[in-house]
Design a protein around this ligand. Structure first.
Ligand code: FES
Length: 575
């Protein structure tokens, strides 16, 4: 409920601030247009229910922010999270003067100054210092809202698609708003040079008397001290709590790679990781939404409390077993050992992955191996940083090709790459994606060769092997080097097919089984029967001179229509 309240109250205030800023932007048209638009916005927000909603949202949001500050056991945060907190607490202090000078003065001290003409006169003629201050508030409030919005949306699958457009809007709104304010402000400053304009404009207003001004100043100071004081009080209370807890014992958290940390009870595992400087994935910033902080927990039963309803919902979504918990929600009471299940740089998409396959299951997937041909010769006589530069460009191009085809880069080995397809989809999709990736890799390599023309004596060439079959997929490795990978005959075969590209002098060797499963007609390419070490039966493969010549994904010739296959694992590994 707290999360919902924080979000809803934030969205109400965001709606108000967005309208207000867009109203400022109308200043680029004219001062009169600004006042006209203000009339409509005022109608929306000046009625009693809207005011209760707006001011209530502010109080709820501020109260919950103080509560969150108290709840956090550590303030070692990523810079974006820390900025959001600092900016958020700065808003009421920075905004106090503006709210007191407008809403409180009009509602309680019977002034009536209209809005834009008077305020712009104050900001651009009478006291420009307040004008700069107001522009700063605008940027601070908007930045706080945008960071919060980003944290909220970044775990949604569609967010990556709209992120570039959203960024443009997020930058344009405050820029246009500031420009509108400046344009209208300069216009008012020019008008104010004429004493008649000022006299006539002020004659229509009820300006604050000197005594009212002093009262408004006193209220502004009081509010600033109040908001600053509440934050200071919570920070002091945190220090006192920490000292008290230190006197009453600490909790030890061990990490699978041998590191450990002692923290005060009530500290979450994610906070402990941050205090200890142990990189830990946390896409949503510890709000219990993304599941990227998931850890496997070992320890005494009474060392941890059962998950809350919110945590349980996320754990169910990812198919977690009882020993998997969210590090940001888990606050151990006794000694425990934890193993983070995702790498520190995990993305929101990784958080959507279920954990059951990470714990080991047999699945039918497609495996792709690729290697640079003649890399040793290419590296000879080059400076190390030249080699690293070329390799990183190559890895970036190949990695992007694999991911945009739907695959997962398993590892880079020397100048080679291994990728997995279909970990969470059907074998048919896996094979189609693997072939699409091979095609894309070939195309991207051509582009890379063109851009590196000046650096390379001869263009880079690659060999790609693709095969599909049952493998064991799971999280393997040790400590921070543990990652999801696959082992099995099919992996070895795919690697062997990649090696065969040298023998057949082609770019791609793909097993017929993969081609058949993908439903693509490659009958006009050479077919061979090869021997695979340790196997009695021969393996039929197709060789393709240039993988870029594979049919385009939208134009593949489907040889037969298959019923949609399900994405269930072949067999679950024993618990
Ligand atoms: S950091 Fe996102 S769920 Fe824990």
């Amino acid at each position: 409920m707290i999360r919902q309240l924080r979000l809803s109250s934030g969205l109400v205030m965001l709606a108000y601030v967005t309208m207000h800023l867009l109203n400022h932007a109308v200043g680029l048209v004219s001062l009169e247009a600004m006042e006209d638009v203000l009339w409509y916005i005022f109608r929306i927000w000046s009625n009693r229910p809207a005011q209760v909603l707006l001011y209530g949202s502010f109080l709820i949001h501020y109260g919950l922010a103080l509560w969150a500050l108290w709840q956090r056991r550590s303030l070692r945060l990523r810079s974006s999270e820390l900025s959001q907190i600092i900016l958020g607490f700065a808003i009421p202090i920075l905004l106090a003067r503006h709210v007191v000078g407008t809403r409180i003065a009009d509602n309680f001290l019977h002034t009536d100054t209209g809005y834009y003409a008077y305020l712009l006169w104050v900001y651009f003629v009478d006291s420009p210092g307040h004008g700069y201050w107001q522009m700063l508030v605008l940027v601070v409030a908007w930045a706080h809202a945008m960071i919060g919005l980003h944290f909220w949306l970044r775990v949604r699958p569609w967010y990556a698609h709209i992120a570039p457009a959203a960024l443009v809007v997020a930058v344009l709104v405050p820029v246009l708003s500031l420009l509108g304010m400046i344009e209208a402000g300069l216009h008012v400053a020019a008008l104010a040079k004429d004493p008649n304009w000022t006299r006539e404009a002020f004659a229509r207003m009820t300006l604050p008397s000197p005594e009212t001004k002093r009262t408004l100043e006193a209220i502004t100071d009081g509010l600033s001290w109040f908001f600053g004081g509440t934050v200071a009080a919570v920070l002091l209370a945190r220090i006192a709590r920490r000292a008290w807890r230190r006197r009453h014992g600490v909790v030890r958290i061990d990490y699978a790679d041998g590191r450990w940390i002692e923290v005060t009870p009530g500290t979450s595992v994610l906070e402990a990781s941050r205090i200890a400087g142990i990189p830990h994935a946390s896409v949503c910033g510890g709000r219990g939404r993304c599941s990227t902080c998931r850890v496997r927990v070992r320890g005494e039963r009474n060392s941890i409390d059962p998950p809350s309803a919110d945590e349980l919902r996320v754990l169910r979504r990812i198919g977690a077993r009882p020993n998997i918990r969210l590090a940001c929600m888990l606050r151990p009471r006794g000694r425990i050992e934890v193993t983070p299940l995702l790498p520190p740089l995990a993305l929101a998409a990784d958080g959507r992955r279920r954990v059951d396959f990470m714990q080991g299951s047999e699945r039918e997937i497609a495996i792709l191996f690729a290697d640079i041909r003649g890399f040793t010769a290419l590296a000879e006589g080059r400076l190390p940083y030249d080699v690293v530069f070329v390799l990183n460009r190559y890895f970036a191009a190949m990695g992007r090709a694999i991911e945009s085809a739907g695959g997962r880069v398993d590892k880079f080995i020397g100048d080679g790459v291994m990728a997995l397809f279909g970990i969470e989809s059907s074998p048919r999709t896996a094979c189609r994606e693997a072939l699409a990736a091979a095609r894309l890799m070939s195309e991207r390599l051509d582009e890379l060769n063109r851009s590196l023309q000046a650096e390379l004596d001869r263009p880079l060439r690659i060999g790609i092997g693709v095969h599909c079959g049952p493998v064991i997929v799971g999280e393997m490795g040790y400590g921070s080097a543990a990652t999801i990978t696959a082992i099995g005959d099919a992996v070895n075969t795919a690697s062997r097919l990649e090696a065969l590209t040298k023998e057949y002098e082609c770019e791609l060797v793909v097993s017929e089984e993969t081609v058949a499963r993908a439903g693509i007609d490659l009958s006009d390419h050479p077919r061979h029967e090869i021997e695979i070490r340790g196997k009695r039966e021969m393996l039929a493969v197709t060789t393709i001179k240039r993988a870029a010549d594979l049919p385009a994904p939208g134009a593949v010739l489907i040889r037969h229509s298959e019923p949609a296959e399900t994405a269930t694992p072949v067999a679950a590994a024993p618990p």
